[in-house]
Design a protein around this ligand. Structure first.
Ligand SMILES: NC(=O)c1ccc[n+]([C@@H]2O[C@H](COP(=O)([O-])OP(=O)(O)OC[C@H]3O[C@@H](n4cnc5c(N)ncnc54)[C@H](O)[C@@H]3O)[C@@H](O)[C@H]2O)c1
Length: 267
């Protein structure tokens, strides 16, 4: 039985990827900041039939030692890791960079960038022993060098994640490790991430932003399924698994007049 580890998987995209890995009968290791959220997520995931097991471990990705413990726990339970996904991420308050506090700047870099670097390091150290495994890092706004007021530190981190992941893929190739490294590009998903910054502070979205999200956005279920289907079948290093292609975005705008989706409707 194969095993996948996903950081930041008590909700959102991470949770939904865990769900679809269950359909492929993977053993799934979910991890996040709070135990109570993991317990709830585990019991939700158990509702989806699978031959694989689910276990959870609290892990703050900004701490290397937490990630090392997560790996240790996984190996103790399942012996080997086939896929490791650095998914945990935080959004930033919609402010210019000089309006952010030192702590806000640090959290964005520590979680979005360093969490990915630490997670990849821990996964690589284990995978090179077996010459087997795949690591996927989640891109985001800024990965393609887009810029926007209020997304400077997030975009800086995600652009760095893209550079880091491509460099890691090259390192794997040159050192003939046999490990696959890839990028996951989820487009825009309507999750707590979209509506909250730095884990749980609510963001007031403008009507214009909501309109764009209604055209280009998707649920994490839709995107999670797409990404998992491709990860389980991928055999290539340095891939980008891209949900919202330019063509898809163009078609979405073209057909926006017929689009009746409203992710923000109050019930
Ligand atoms: N939602 C979008 O539109 C969107 C678009 C592009 C990329 N992304 C990326 O996708 C990934 C998942 O986002 P999401 O939309 O599911 O967000 P989400 O907020 O729903 O889920 C993120 C999860 O990460 C966890 N987390 C936060 N800090 C952590 C830490 N220090 N250690 C461990 N876990 C931590 C949160 O508790 C949460 O469960 C992130 O990397 C995000 O940057 C999201």
């Amino acid at each position: 039985m194969k095993t996948v580890v996903i950081t930041g998987s008590a909700r959102g995209l991470g949770f939904n990827m865990a769900r679809f890995f269950r359909e492929y009968n993977y053993n799934v290791v979910i991890s996040d900041l709070k135990e109570e959220n993991l317990i709830e997520a585990k019991s939700e995931l158990e509702k989806f039939n699978s031959k694989g097991e689910i276990i959870y471990k609290v892990c703050d990705v900004s701490k290397l030692s937490d990630l090392e413990e997560l790996m240790k726990y996984t190996i103790n339970n399942f012996k080997e890791v086939d896929i490791w996904i650095n998914n945990a991420g935080v959004n930033q308050p919609q402010k210019a960079v000089w309006e952010l506090s030192e702590q806000e700047i640090n959290t964005l870099i520590d979680v979005d960038l360093k969490g990915t670097v630490y997670g990849s390091k821990v996964a690589m150290e284990e995978m090179v022993k077996h010459k087997h495994g795949a690591i996927y890092n989640v891109e985001g706004y800024g990965s393609n060098n887009a810029h926007m007021l209020g997304l400077n530190m997030y975009g800086t981190s995600k652009r760095a994640v893209t550079h880091f992941t491509e460099s890691l893929a090259l390192e794997c190739e040159e050192k003939k490790t046999g490990i696959i490294v890839g990028k996951l590009s989820p487009g825009i998903m309507i999750t707590k991430f979209t509506t909250h910054s730095l884990v749980d502070n609510k963001i007031e979205l403008s009507e214009k932003t909501k309109k764009v999200y209604n055209i280009l956005g998707d649920t994490p279920e839709t995107v999670g399924k797409f990404l998992v289907d491709r990860m389980v079948n991928n055999t290539n290093n340095n891939v980008k698994i891209n949900w919202l292609t330019n063509r898809k975005a163009f078609l979405r705008f073209l057909t926006a007049g017929f689009n009746k989706r409203d992710f923000f409707k109050e019930d």
